[in-house]
Structure formats: C-alpha cells, structure tokens
Design a protein around this ligand. Structure first.
Ligand SMILES: *[C@@H]1O[C@H](CO)[C@@H](O)[C@H](O)[C@H]1NC(C)=O
Ligand SMILES: [Ca+2]
Length: 353
C-alpha cells in the first residue's frame, strides 16, 4: 500500500510517511532561512552604500589608475603630455608649451548627473607668472589638439575653465584663478586674449593654485539647469560659482580634462573625476521631450547674456569718460563746422564783389 502511495504522490506522501519528516523539514527551513538571509544581505549593504550606488564607474577616473590609457579595458585615453603616477594624472608638467588631456571613451548617456573633479594646480612660478590653466569638458568631439586649454576651439558642448593667467589687459575686474562656464555650439569661439569674457555664462574667482588643501569642482546638470560649485578653501564646503537655467545639452557627449602651458607653466593634475547619477522626479513640464530633440547645445537666454557681458565691460568711470569725450568731440565738430561755414559765406560774399 505504501508503494502505491509513493507512486501516485512521490514527494508529499513520502515525507508524510517518513519517520525522518521533522528532521528533514527543519533542515529545509534552515536552508530556506539561510537562503533568505543571503538574498537579503546584499540589499542591506546597498542601503548603506546609497551614494556609492550612484557613482557611475564607467564614467569615473579614480585611484588606482590601473591600465589607464593603455589597457583595452580602460575607459579613458591619454593624450599629449598626460602621464599617470600613483598619485594623480598629470596633464602637463611645470614646463613651457605643453598640452595634455585625458578623455573618456564612453559617451555620457546619464540624463541627470553630478560631476566631482578633484584637481591640483601647482608650480614654482610666482603669482600671475604661471599658466595657462585647465578645462573640464563634456563635448561632442574628443582627443583634439587646440588653443583652448589644450583642446580645439569652436567646440560643441560644455567647457568649464580654470583659468590661472589673466591675459586681458583690463583684468582688474576679477582675480585669478578664475573658474568659468562656456557652452560651445560650433560657431562660438573662446577668445583667449579676453580670458573668454564674451562667451562666459558665469564664473567666480577660486584661489585653487598652490593650495595646501584639496581642491574640488562640482558640476550638476538636471532639467536644463547647470550649477557649478567650488571647494578650494579647505573648509569642506561647496561655494556657489555659477547657475545657468535654460541650458540644453544633447546626450552622448564625452567627458574630458585638458590643460596647456605656454611661456608660463604649472603642474596641472587630476586626482579624480567622479560622475554620479542623480535620481530626479520628473513631470511632463520638465521638457524631457524637448531635451531628446536637442541636437545643438544652446542657452535660452544666450543673447541676454551677451548684452549683460557687454554692459559689464564698460565700468561707470569708463562710461563717464566716454560721455565727456563724446560731448567734447561734438563741440569740436560744431566749432569746426561753424568756422568752415563762416569762411564759406565770406568767400561767397567776396566772389559777389
Ligand atoms: C551659436 O550661438 C550663436 C550666439 O548665440 C549664434 O549666433 C549662432 O547662430 C549659433 N550657432 C549654431 C550653429 O547654433
Ligand atoms: Ca587666461
């Protein structure tokens, strides 16, 4: 009879009839409990490393820089004088006329992101006898040489500049190093001689050179808003540097960092570049549909911004003198005109006699 039961219901009935039933069941339960524990434990660990989870390693560059630029599994390429040491990626050494860069191989497809750059600029030159600075990029093109801190001009995408040398004569309006934001669309040019003032969307002074503490930049982009913050005072505090709304940046661009020296030089080191994915709630009003259709970077209020820059270019004193000289000029013209008119009239009178 037992045999038939086993055949019709091979498992259940067997366990029911088996004297080992309690023991087996306990083993199963123990096993189940252990399995559940194993399954749960990684998610508990995830909870603890909440921030780590959002770090996108494929877009990040951090110690140890194993195989960086050489191994086929590396996500980054080196260019020019860029060199990897255990401590940093040195874009340029403190020597004249060098250019170096590091570029991500993977196009950035994260929609809302935060970029943290740990960098170090240092050299033996006295203040304002150093240069030229470095740039952080998120651009359509990669691995290009050129005049914009070691990258091409007329770039398409985002450039964050850490300009350490005042090229413009009228540099009293700001102290250097000066950090600024530019959005290139292929036709806009960065003007080195004016330290990029005409195309600047925002910026701030950041005393990041020869700092004894660590220096950082933070760029955040979400819902067409780009914010730039700096931490260069060693206070572990982010300081607002620029905030631009209505900024449209297509997806699929490349992250990079580049640097150049000229007659003046500095060591420009990248210690890490970390990209975090931001979790952002979205509504249809956030313009995501429009974002997907963006093919050329643009700022909604770019024209307004240009006017602002121009207005800022003329200080109160300059405006006063321009006005005074304009009036003087008009007065001189009027006097000359009157004199000429008088002579002409006199000549005409003479001719009649
Ligand atoms: C780039 O921006 C400038 C200034 O806003 C504009 O005049 C130019 O037409 C733009 N070029 C492209 C390709 O969108
Ligand atoms: Ca400069």
């Amino acid at each position: 009879m037992a045999a038939t039961v086993i055949k019709s219901d091979p498992l259940g009935s067997f366990w029911l009839l088996c004297p080992m039933f309690h023991f087996e069941n306990l083993r199963k339960l123990t096993c189940l409990f252990v399995s559940v524990c194993i399954l749960i434990s990684p998610s508990l660990a995830d909870e603890q490393d909440f921030m780590e989870d959002f770090l996108k390693r494929e877009y990040s560059l951090a110690k140890p820089y194993h195989g960086l630029g050489f191994s086929s599994s590396s996500q980054w390429d080196l260019m020019g004088t860029a060199m990897v040491t255990p401590e940093h990626v040195r874009l340029t050494p403190d020597m004249q006329s060098r250019q170096g860069a590091v570029w991500s191989r993977v196009p950035l497809l994260v929609r809302d992101w935060e970029l943290r750059v740990h960098f170090k600029i240092h050299g033996v030159g006295k203040k304002n006898f150093n240069g030229d600075g470095m740039a952080i990029w998120l651009t359509k093109d990669r691995m290009q040489n050129g005049p914009v801190f070691g990258n091409m001009n007329n770039f398409i995408g985002l450039g964050i500049f850490v300009d350490t040398y005042p090229n413009a004569d009228k540099s009293h309006d700001r102290a250097f190093p000066y950090v600024s934001v530019m959005l290139g669309n292929g036709t806009l040019s960065y003007d080195h001689d004016s330290d990029g003032r005409p195309t600047e969307l925002g910026g701030c002074t950041a005393m990041a050179r020869n700092a004894v503490h660590d220096t950082f930049l933070l760029v955040r982009y979400s819902k067409q808003r780009l914010t730039l913050l700096v931490d260069v005072d060693g206070k572990q505090e982010w300081k607002d540097c620029a905030d631009i709304t209505g900024l449209w940046l297509p997806a699929g661009y490349f992250l990079g960092a580049s640097s150049a020296t000229g007659d003046l030089s500095d060591n420009h080191d990248i210690i890490s570049i970390k990209l975090y994915q931001l979790t952002v709630e979205r509504t249809p009003e956030d313009g995501d549909q429009d974002q997907d259709e963006v093919t050329v970077p643009r700022v909604d209020n770019m024209e307004q911004f240009h006017v602002e820059v121009q207005e800022e270019g003329m200080s109160g004193v300059q405006f006063f003198f321009t006005l005074v000289f304009s009036i003087l000029g008009l007065a001189v013209l009027a006097v000359v005109g009157l004199v000429l008119y008088g002579r002409w009239k006199e000549n005409r009178r003479k001719r009649f006699y």
